[in-house]
Ligand binder design. Structure first.
Ligand SMILES: N[C@@H](CCC(=O)N[C@@H](CS)C(=O)NCC(=O)O)C(=O)O
Length: 221
């Protein structure tokens, strides 16, 4: 059984992707809380000793440090024979949604939520720009999920785990009430939450949290 150590911070949906995948595959990991808010991932020392890319999460597997959630999810899916593609066509679909998620959906939602919720005075024009792009991506996902239960068909895969991670956070963090704005996305989030062993990010990733500014500022959408 490999020994996993996950370098994370609780608000990191990217960390949650790996924590959830390991959990759904029946694995445990040692949580390594990282002071992202304090700027440690920007230091030369952290980049030299933990991740040259300056990013959380980092998954240590028997002491080997791995980064970038998409290839890690693909590796875990292969190793545990869970949530992967079973044919070449499914594998292609997985990669297609994982790339789209990293580039568009997660890439934009992570930045939007961080600015909106966890920084003291976000630039409204930047928020408006990001929100417009996010509305477009969420619309694309909504249409897709009106046609099928999960990202690549009728069963959950790592594409769903990757895409749902940032969308499952509370509405006062994401700025979206999906049940109202994107009902197919909301129903899909419930289907994923019904998977045996599913747990939320704040349940799986404990420790000191970032300051939540949006509540105090009364930011809505
Ligand atoms: N594509 C990367 C994204 C990782 C990422 O952007 N992580 C965030 C925290 S959740 C980060 O460390 N951002 C630092 C930065 O962008 O400077 C992955 O899937 O692992």
């Amino acid at each position: 059984m490999p020994a996993y150590r996950l370098h994370y911070f609780p608000e990191s949906g990217n960390s949650y992707k790996l924590a959830l995948m390991l959990t759904l595959c029946g694995q445990t990991f040692e949580p390594v809380w990282t002071d992202f808010g304090g700027g440690i991932t920007r230091t030369t020392e952290w980049r030299r000793s933990v991740n040259e890319l300056g990013e959380i999460p980092v998954l240590e597997v028997d002491g080997e440090r791995l980064t970038q959630t998409a290839p890690i999810l693909l590796m875990l899916a292969r190793q545990y024979g869970r949530f992967g593609g079973e044919t070449e066509a499914e594998q292609f679909e997985l990669l297609r949604w994982l790339f789209w998620d990293n580039h568009k959906l997660t890439g934009t939602m992570a930045t939007y939520r961080f600015l909106r919720t966890f920084t003291p005075s976000p630039d409204p024009q930047v928020l408006t720009f990001l929100r417009k792009r996010l509305d477009d991506y969420l619309g694309i996902l909504e249409q897709h999920l009106q046609r099928q239960a999960f990202a690549i068909g009728e069963r959950a895969t790592i594409a769903d785990i990757s895409m749902m991670a940032y969308l499952h956070f509370p509405a006062d963090e994401t700025g979206y009430d999906f049940a109202t704005s994107h009902p197919a996305v909301a129903a899909w989030l419930l289907r994923i939450a019904a998977l045996p062993g599913w747990r939320s990010a704040y349940d799986l990733l404990p420790g000191q949290r970032l300051k939540h500014y949006a509540q105090a500022q009364g930011i809505s959408g």
